[in-house]
Design a protein around this ligand. Structure first.
Ligand code: CP
Length: 314
């Protein structure tokens, strides 16, 4: 059955595990013809490198064609066309819509009015569920499990949609969170209440040093997002509060991995890239497999069908 992906909060543990298994199949064989003849629309009302290109790569490697835009200024939305009408039009042309939008709730609205499945590629500071699927895939691949992990989230926890989605997805796996942020960018109350209501353990810190890092299984760094600030003086005050440097990893657990949804600005120094703990570029590559699974699932292709697939191109 075709289905939209708007929020990670709606996915059961079984569904998440199922999508991760499907992603694993695509990592073994990314090139197939499972979406031959389909059209994938990528509508990006906000800038993107990884999300758009990995979705378009996923569609291409599965044999689909891609239409879309990377800049809403070249579309009729500049003439006043509403999001509803845009979605209705694109739904006439494509079999699925992948959309990033600057407004929180835009993906839900699009899914409600769309004649075809909608995949949320990020809506404002709200959700980034496909990033979360690749984050979960990366965590499981590096730690061997999603259960009972110490996940340290660092940086912009207020506006960071990736940490909001990841927090909600991890509810199934008994995590302990450490939230490390300047007061201005602390994890919002609603997400702390979300943890409280589900018995999820969390600790808040403002310190960020090698002793704090020593407890982490996953160190999830985030960028301070200039584009979300209305007061740029505030952005200047907080943008470089936390910078991870290689010499801060001396006490890290051997299997600790550093994730970052990217792009990075200053928050991870370049000397970290050569560390065995650095995993952010591999994490981005995992996005291809996770998004192949998301596209197939949204279009009604099952894990059994992927496993039985005879269209693999070696
Ligand atoms: N992680 C992520 O969403 O990156 P892009 O903004 O480049 O898509």
């Amino acid at each position: 059955m075709a289905e939209s992906l708007v929020t990670i909060a709606n996915l059961t543990r079984e569904k998440i595990d199922y999508l991760l298994e499907m992603a694993q199949e695509f990592e073994k064989h990314p090139n197939r013809k499972l979406l031959d003849g389909r059209v994938v629309a990528t509508l990006f009302f906000e800038p993107s490198t990884r999300t758009r290109l990995s979705f378009e790569t996923a569609a291409s490697r599965l044999g689909a064609r891609v239409i879309g835009f990377t800049d809403p200024k070249v579309t009729s939305s500049t003439k006043g066309e509403t999001l509803k009408d845009t979605i209705m039009m694109v739904g006439n042309y494509a079999d699925i819509i992948v959309m990033r939008h600057y407004l929180e709730g835009a993906a839900r609205y699009a899914a409600e009015v769309s004649p075809v499945p909608v995949v949320n590629a990020g809506d404002g500071a709200n959700q980034h569920p496909t990033q979360t699927m690749l984050d979960l895939y990366s965590i499981k691949k590096t730690q061997g499990t999603l259960e009972n992990l110490n996940i340290y989230m660092v940086g912009d926890l207020k506006y960071g949609r990736t940490v909001h989605s990841l927090l909600q997805a991890m509810r199934h796996y008994n995590p302990t969170f450490h939230f490390i942020a300047p007061r201005e960018l602390a994890m919002p109350e609603e997400y702390k209440l979300y943890c409280d209501a589900r018995g999820i353990k969390y600790v808040e810190h403002e310190d960020f040093n090698e002793d704090v890092i020593s407890g982490a299984d996953i160190l999830y760094m985030t960028r301070v997002q200039r584009e979300r600030f209305t007061d740029l003086m505030e952005y200047e005050r907080v943008k470089d509060v936390y910078i991870l440097r290689e010499n801060m990893l001396a006490k890290a657990k051997e299997n600790m991995r550093i994730l970052h949804p990217l792009p990075r600005v200053n928050e991870i120094a370049y000397d970290v890239d050569a560390s065995p703990h650095a995993y952010y570029f591999e994490q981005a590559r995992n996005g291809l497999y996770a998004r192949e699974a998301i596209l197939c699932n949204a279009l009604g292709i099952t894990l059994d069908e992927v496993r039985a697939d005879q269209t693999i191109i070696l």
